[in-house]
Design a protein around this ligand. Structure first.
Ligand SMILES: Nc1ncnc2c1ncn2[C@@H]1O[C@H](COP(=O)(O)OP(=O)(O)OP(=O)(O)O)[C@@H](O)[C@H]1O
Ligand SMILES: O=c1[nH]cc([C@@H]2O[C@H](CO)[C@@H](O)[C@H]2O)c(=O)[nH]1
Length: 363
């Protein structure tokens, strides 16, 4: 291998390697190494990000970015019939929603997803970028259509049925993540949803746990939860709703005792902390040190889409700030309450001050 290839190889292995370390590994002076790096950067071989210093709060959010279409009814829905509705569109996708929520909470956040080369995809990127999320790692796939999520809401703002047209995510491969690996391990944590293919999910979990990068997971839906590998070592937090937890633990959940058994079974798979969100019943949390049920913070429900992501991203914000699981859940309840009050999948009012203010009000 020539000197340049050797340097590139060592940077791929460790994007934080110093020029001094490189110089002793490849047998060149430090200024000579600097010269090689400058040339590699000029040619675009080093894109910069993997080789800048680790940012303490950076999180890469990997998974879906969709346009959400919500059909709202003014009267009781009639099945197998034509229902008058009002349709609105907003930005969605679990990983994208996490990235935006976490960015609104002041964390430096990046999104890794794919969109089609269409109006919807470019709109999603523009809106997401405007909220401070780094979108430089998004794949634009010219032959695919951007994912869509269409949901029918009843008079109470609760989703009756949802349709996920997200075939685009099947085009993502493990080698696409391999190419971005230096970028991924330059982050302090990774958030993962289950929109991407099964082998990619396993690949990311394994590689992150090998280098001790904490992983947070939202299982997305009961169907997609089944894509998670059995072993989940390295997963610091998993936040399923009731139906997803039933799939993951392979038991029916009808009581608090069932929540505890489900959490124990999920933890046996290698997960550190589990929080099961229970809709209008609140959330059940379980770790080595603490467990319990928290009732929801009472609020008007305009639209329940995105409440689960709001809960989990605010809880992750708490965990990344070294709060206890109980305190993280309180932040989660506050974030969910805020999101339930809006027609969009993300609350435009979400910020750290507002979150702490709501927690104070309810505790
Ligand atoms: N009707 C409600 N009243 C009060 N709080 C609610 C209600 N629905 C949801 N919540 C709050 O939102 C949190 C998440 O809700 P839920 O368990 O329905 O998540 P989810 O099914 O993942 O939601 P989504 O997929 O729509 O984002 C709950 O833990 C609770 O705090
Ligand atoms: O299969 C999926 N269903 C729903 C979502 C997203 O979840 C949000 C609602 O919880 C919404 O934004 C939708 O796009 C997704 O990314 N994948």
């Amino acid at each position: 291998m020539d000197k340049e290839s050797q340097i590139l190889h060592y940077i791929k292995m460790n994007p934080f390697i110093s020029q001094q370390e490189l110089s002793s590994k490849v047998g060149l002076s430090r200024p000579a190494v600097a010269n090689y790096i400058a040339n590699l950067t000029k040619r675009g071989e080093i894109k910069g990000r993997g080789y800048i210093l680790r940012e303490e709060s950076a999180i890469v959010c990997i998974g879906g970015a969709n346009t959400d279409r919500k059909a709202r009814t003014e009267q009781k829905v009639r099945l197998y019939s034509s229902n008058p509705v009002k349709i609105t569109e907003s930005c969605g996708g679990v990983a994208r929603n996490f990235a935006e929520n976490l960015s609104r909470l002041g964390l430096s956040t990046s999104l890794m997803t794919c969109i089609g080369d269409d109006k919807e995809g470019h709109w999603l990127l523009k809106e997401t970028k405007s909220q401070g999320v780094d979108i430089s790692q998004v794949w634009v796939l010219p032959t695919e259509r951007t994912g869509t999520f269409t949901t029918l809401l009843d008079i109470n703002g609760q989703s009756i049925v949802s349709m996920a047209d997200m075939n685009i995510y099947e085009k993502i491969t493990t080698s696409m993540f391999e190419e971005k690996w230096s970028y991924i391990i330059a982050s302090s944590a990774v958030f993962l949803d289950t929109n991407i293919p099964k082998d990619c999910i396993s690949y990311i979990i394994k590689r992150c746990s090998d280098v001790n990068i904490p992983i947070y997971i939202d299982p997305v839906s009961p169907v997609k939860a089944g894509k998670l590998p059995f072993r989940l070592d390295g997963v610091e937090l998993l936040v399923p709703n009731r139906e997803e937890a039933e799939i993951l633990a392979n038991i029916k959940i009808d009581s608090i005792e069932d929540c505890q058994s489900a959490c124990e079974k999920i933890r046996q798979r290698g997960v550190q902390n589990v929080i099961i969100t229970l809709g209008d019943q609140g959330a059940y949390y379980f770790s080595d040190e603490e467990f319990g049920l928290l009732p929801p913070f009472k609020t008007d429900v305009v639209d329940d889409t995105g409440a689960g992501e709001a809960f989990a991203s605010c809880a992750i914000y708490g965990i990344m700030n070294e709060e206890s699981l109980f305190n993280a859940c309180q932040l989660g309840l506050a974030g969910a309450a805020l999101t339930l009050q809006t027609e969009k999948s993300i609350s435009p009012f979400l910020n750290p001050e507002k979150l702490h203010e709501i927690v104070k009000e309810f505790s």
